[in-house]
Design a protein around this ligand. Sequence first.
Ligand SMILES: Nc1nc2c(ncn2[C@@H]2O[C@H](COP(=O)(O)OP(=O)(O)OP(=O)(O)O)[C@@H](O)[C@H]2O)c(=O)[nH]1
Ligand SMILES: [Mg+2]
Length: 305
Amino acid sequence: MTRAGFVAIIGAPNAGKSTLTNRLVGAKVSIVTQKVQTTRFPVRGVAMEGEAQIVLVDTPGIFQPRRRLDRAMVRAAWGGAEEADAIVHLVDAAAQLGTSAADRRAQADADAIVEGLKAAKKTAVLALNKIDEVKREALLGVSKALFDTGVYSDVFMISAKTGSGVADLKRALAERMAEGPWFYPEDQTADLPARLMAAEITREKLYLRLHEELPYAAAVETTKLEDRPDGSIRIEQTIYVQRESQRPIVLGKGGQTLKWIGQKAREELTELLGQKVHLFLHVQVDEDWAEKREHYGHMGLDFDV
Ligand SMILES: Nc1nc2c(ncn2[C@@H]2O[C@H](COP(=O)(O)OP(=O)(O)OP(=O)(O)O)[C@@H](O)[C@H]2O)c(=O)[nH]1
Ligand SMILES: [Mg+2]
């Protein structure tokens, strides 16, 4: 008797949602960087636990949005929660205990999510993440304060990074799945189209290399993805930056930075696709990339928000 369902993982930016998704799936399906607002649209990952199939929906971080792209991302995150059979609210426990501006922002975002869950009359599973960074005694206070809000059914203490506590969470989620057929073949882990996945991988390398220098609005688009007769694949991508002054940052001295990004992306794509990859990256300046409707549809985001 098989079971299956959808589980949305929601939380403030940088809580570790994509890391947890990958950990539960046991494969990399969603990109991870130290930069906030890395994930821009819901990404599905398929995890198996015995006879249960758990379709995880990694969502963009929920925060106070100002720009159109931010609003579209936050809308998509709540949309993911709305459609799911179960919700995991992932909270960065270390940030709950911290006092930096970023920590306080994360605390406010977590509080706003509690309010959002209340307003939607939803119950969520609370997962306190990054326990590898905090003292056990300190966790109990954080856990109690959140649990007392009444929006959670259970609490799990985990480290998505080390895997600590994740097996228990996975079992609990599997139990919540209703009887029914699986949505995906058992051996499938992801469902992003190759073009989009390829663009995400390059964007990850871009952020990993330039997370401090790079403007938030940088984007990557696959313009061509073509199988060649010799069994290799040709991928062409455009990296969009907002200002002319950002082009040399992405290129680096003598083109070294772009070369590094291309090399890292190509290595990962080769492994993922199991084919030799020829990757060509172009850098283009487009001030209003984030104000153009055509970029939203293929990410599954709503432009009119
Ligand atoms: N120490 C520690 N770091 C973690 C853990 N989980 C995630 N991280 C780190 O936190 C950062 C953000 O992780 P992501 O998985 O990209 O977080 P996210 O919630 O998907 O972020 P957005 O997509 O930007 O909303 C990365 O540097 C991760 O390596 C954890 O359990 N412990
Ligand atoms: Mg993410």
